[in-house]
Every structure is written in structure tokens, then in C-alpha cells.
Design a protein around this ligand. Structure first.
Ligand SMILES: [Zn+2]
Length: 226
């Protein structure tokens, strides 16, 4: 009896771990680190009409390819920006459509949200995304299998710098340069998952300093393996 209770608690604990720790393998494999010594810059929740064009300008000037985990409803609203991402050689990832946390949603809800995200991206730029990142990284046992059934690898991240809390561009640069290691995947935000007009200009302003600082340390930039 005690053993069964302990086993039950262990299962519950593992389930909570899988839900709340984005890099947990409990709910299926998630890539949170590159298999090489390169580094990867990723942006979630865009496109955003103010920040995304500036970010694309910086990436073009610096010759860096990044990954954009596009939010489907933002792709429907600003499709030309998604097209520009693809045209300029960036990797397009699926971030779902509505940006609801998925860990308490049914398989039908998850499949619908991810499928809508794929369709919005395809409408905008003709590219079928091969990588997926869950909103806030929150998953349950069926999120990763459903993403895989859509041809998408589930991606986490190595370093989040809370740029969406707008601590100042210099602080975003400092946190990024302090935390990045060989193989790290950096999470930034070019949009706001809840407020379409959310301000991500600090992230855009920080990007040249992040790229320059990482280059000074000898890193090269890569997109995610699909
Ligand atoms: Zn998000």
C-alpha cells in the first residue's frame, strides 16, 4: 500500500515535472541544446509590426540566420512579415495559433491549435514549419506526439532572459552574454503572445549587442536541426 502510494506520488511528480519544466523529457523528446558548438537565436510570439522589421534589418546587416516561432493569429494579421522572414532565409517554426497554455488541454484542442498554426504560416509564406515550440514550453503527454505527427520537432531553449518584461536593452544584452554557452539556444521575443500591440522594441535594440558580443567570444550562429 505504501509502495503504491509512493509510486502514485512519483508518477504525479514526474507528470508535474514534465508539465512545468520545459526541457523535461517526460512528455517526449525536446531539443534544448544544439548538437554542435554553435549558438542559436530564436524569437517567439511574432510577427510584430514594430519590432520584427527592425530585428530582420539587424539580422540581414549582420548576416545571421535566426528562428522565428511564429504565432498563427499574428501570421494571419501580418503575413507580409512572415513572408519576409522566409524570403530572407530564416527558419520558421510553429508556436500554435491562440497561445493558450497547452498542458491542461485535450488532444483535440492541441491538434486544432497546432494545425491552425501550420496553416497560417503556410498561407503567409508557403513554408511548412518543421519545428514547434509550445507556449511557455508547457506540454502534456500528447503535445509532442501531435507536433511530430505534423512533421515538427519539439524545441525548448537553453536560456531565457525575460526580455518580455522589458528590463532595458542593455540588461537584455548583459543577461544574454552572461548565460550563453556553446550549443545554447537563446529565447527572445519579437512579439507578445497576449497583446498584439505588445512592445518588443527593447529586444530589437538589444540584438546588435547580443550578436556582436557572441561573435567576440568566437561563436557562430546556426538554426535548429529539423
Ligand atoms: Zn509564446
Amino acid at each position: 500500500m505504501i509502495g503504491a502510494v509512493a509510486a502514485g506520488l512519483t508518477v504525479a511528480g514526474l507528470a508535474a515535472h514534465g508539465t512545468w519544466h520545459r526541457n523535461s523529457w517526460i512528455f517526449g523528446p525536446v531539443l534544448n541544446h544544439l548538437p554542435t558548438d554553435d549558438v542559436s537565436i530564436t524569437f517567439d510570439d511574432g510577427p510584430n509590426p514594430d519590432a520584427t522589421p527592425l530585428i530582420l534589418d539587424v539580422l540581414k546587416r549582420e548576416g545571421v540566420r535566426a528562428t522565428f516561432f511564429v504565432l498563427g493569429r499574428h501570421a494571419d494579421r501580418w503575413p507580409a512579415l512572415v513572408k519576409r522572414m522566409a524570403d530572407e532565409g530564416h527558419q520558421i517554426g510553429n508556436h500554435g495559433y491562440f497561445h493558450r497554455k497547452l498542458h491542461r488541454r485535450t488532444p483535440a484542442y492541441v491538434r486544432d491549435d497546432l494545425t491552425r498554426g501550420v496553416e497560417a504560416i503556410e498561407r503567409a509564406c508557403g513554408v511548412r514549419p518543421r519545428v514547434f515550440r509550445a507556449p511557455h514550453g508547457f506540454r502534456n503527454p500528447w503535445v509532442t506526439p501531435i507536433a511530430r505527427s505534423l512533421g515538427e520537432r519539439t524545441i525548448g531553449w537553453s536560456l531565457g532572459v525575460w526580455d518580455s518584461a522589458r528590463p532595458g536593452a542593455d540588461e537584455i544584452v548583459r543577461r544574454s552574454l552572461t548565460g550563453m554557452r556553446a550549443g545554447s539556444i537563446l529565447l527572445l521575443h519579437d512579439g507578445d503572445g497576449y497583446d498584439d500591440a505588445g512592445d518588443r522594441m527593447q529586444t530589437a535594440a538589444a540584438l546588435p549587442g547580443i550578436i556582436g558580443g557572441l561573435r567576440d567570444r568566437g561563436f557562430e550562429f546556426a538554426v535548429l536541426p529539423e
